[in-house]
Design a protein around this ligand. Structure first.
Ligand SMILES: Cc1cc2nc3c(=O)[nH]c(=O)nc-3n(C[C@H](O)[C@H](O)[C@H](O)COP(=O)(O)OP(=O)(O)OC[C@H]3O[C@@H](n4cnc5c(N)ncnc54)[C@H](O)[C@@H]3O)c2cc1C
Ligand code: SF4
Ligand code: SF4
Length: 362
């Protein structure tokens, strides 16, 4: 693997050692694709346990599924923040260990280390759950002739991943944080979208909330605007209604008449069982979830990445061409300058209007 554009890792064949057996081509999901299936049904869901619900990214479905697999003696593979801000998938075999997997890390997670462990666990007959981006799920599927009955695959709806290298550089150079001190990074807490960095319980950094205070956190802003994804994300074959896993989970952005459902103040997950095995797994955890069936089309209409990949535009391509000459934040701000200005002017007008209205109240 080699670092490529924007710090993402790309596979490179060592021509001096390659014996041209073509095995890598046979298992490559990018060359061969994997079977995709339209979801069987759609649900709006959130965890019944309040602490599990509050501490999760959307509705905590990933957490509920993981707990179930551990409770039947299985293992879970998910994304964790390892020392020195290495974002990697890890193997978890106890309920205590699941805390490290909680929360979306908006960065590419390395799955290289877990692949042999996962294969061994599957061969040993353990119930195995992998929660990952669709492209990683596809890669793991290709390791097997057919998906073994004890392997459960859950993909998270994904609009793209910045590189681990960019995140590390941002924390160290822009925020001047010591990477060795960082033990956890959170990208979302309750309903706020903000980058928060911890040394155990001690807060090292709290970025501004993306929606109320835009253009103050280049890592998050450039992620949301789709500037820093891996090149493959702009043509992602998994950003569509047909899915490559047993269950797809994500945020239920397009939920209609959500106020007719019981209160769900900390977000709501969309859950799309795709295979009969996925449907059965969901039935097993249904007692731990508030689960409401919705039209499949409602989920698809509300979530762009269930329809199409992120579109490349002139701003993104110009930013990518300039990458490496100056710090990324310089180029990002340059290519969104008009949007940034408009946002600030609008905010100023709103502020003065609010002040004016308050004055009339007296
Ligand atoms: C890079 C990325 C982009 C996303 N884009 C969208 C989107 O466009 N639309 C949408 O609806 N939802 C998106 N999501 C999913 C969403 O943010 C939640 O992760 C999802 O709804 C699960 O929430 P939860 O409350 O059930 O899980 P939580 O309890 O918060 O757990 C999150 C789960 O996701 C896994 N995970 C976390 N980070 C990564 C990562 N970097 N790579 C692989 N697996 C990871 C963890 O192992 C864990 O199992 C994205 C997530 C990521 C990581
Ligand atoms: S798997 Fe075979 S073809 Fe692929 S890089 Fe290795 S030796 Fe070469
Ligand atoms: S957008 Fe597609 S290619 Fe990019 S990380 Fe997500 S699933 Fe993989």
């Amino acid at each position: 693997m080699k670092l490529g554009q924007l710090g993402h890792v790309y596979p490179v064949v060592n021509q001096t050692q390659c014996v041209d057996c073509k095995l890598c081509q046979k298992v490559c999901p990018a060359l061969n694709g994997v079977d995709l299936h339209y979801p069987l049904s759609a649900y709006a869901a959130w965890a019944k346990k309040l602490d599990e619900y509050k501490s999760s990214t959307s509705g905590g479905v990933a957490s509920v599924l993981s707990r179930y697999i551990i409770s039947i003696g299985g293992v879970v593979y998910g994304c964790s923040v390892l020392p020195n801000v290495q974002i990697k998938h890890v193997r978890v075999d106890s309920e205590d260990g699941l805390a490290a997997l909680k929360g979306s890390k908006y960065v590419q997670s390395s799955i290289t280390d877990i692949l042999p462990l996962l294969k061994q666990d599957v061969a040993n007959g353990l119930p195995v759950l992998l929660i990952s981006t669709p492209c990683q799920i596809a890669a793991v599927s290709k390791m097997f002739k057919s998906i073994p009955p004890n392997l459960f695959l859950v993909d998270i709806i994904c609009h793209g991943t910045p590189s681990n290298d960019f995140l590390r550089a941002y924390l160290a150079k822009r925020l001047k944080l010591d990477l060795h001190k960082i033990t956890n990074i959170s990208f979302r807490s309750e309903n706020a979208f903000s980058l928060t960095v911890y040394d155990r319980k001690q807060l090292l950094w709290k970025g501004s909330n993306l929606w109320s205070d835009r253009y103050n956190d280049v890592y998050y802003d450039s992620f949301i605007d789709g500037f820093t994804y891996r090149q493959s994300c702009y043509t992602c074959r998994y950003a569509q209604p047909n899915r490559c896993s047993d269950i797809t989970i994500g945020d239920f952005w397009g939920l209609k008449n959500g106020n007719e459902l019981p209160a769900h103040p900390y977000g709501v997950s969309v859950v799309l069982p795709v295979t009969s095995r996925g449907k059965l797994l969901l039935q097993h955890v249904s007692g731990d979830l508030n689960l409401f069936e919705r039209p499949i089309q409602e989920a698809i209409d509300g979530n762009e990445q269930l329809r199409i990949p992120k579109k490349m535009n002139w701003r993104i391509s110009s930013f990518r061409k300039c990458w490496g000459w100056y710090p990324a934040y310089f180029w990002y701000h340059l290519f969104v300058f008009d949007k940034m200005l408009l946002f600030r002017v609008k905010r100023m007008i709103k502020k003065y209007l609010r002040k004016g209205l308050a004055w009339f109240d007296y």
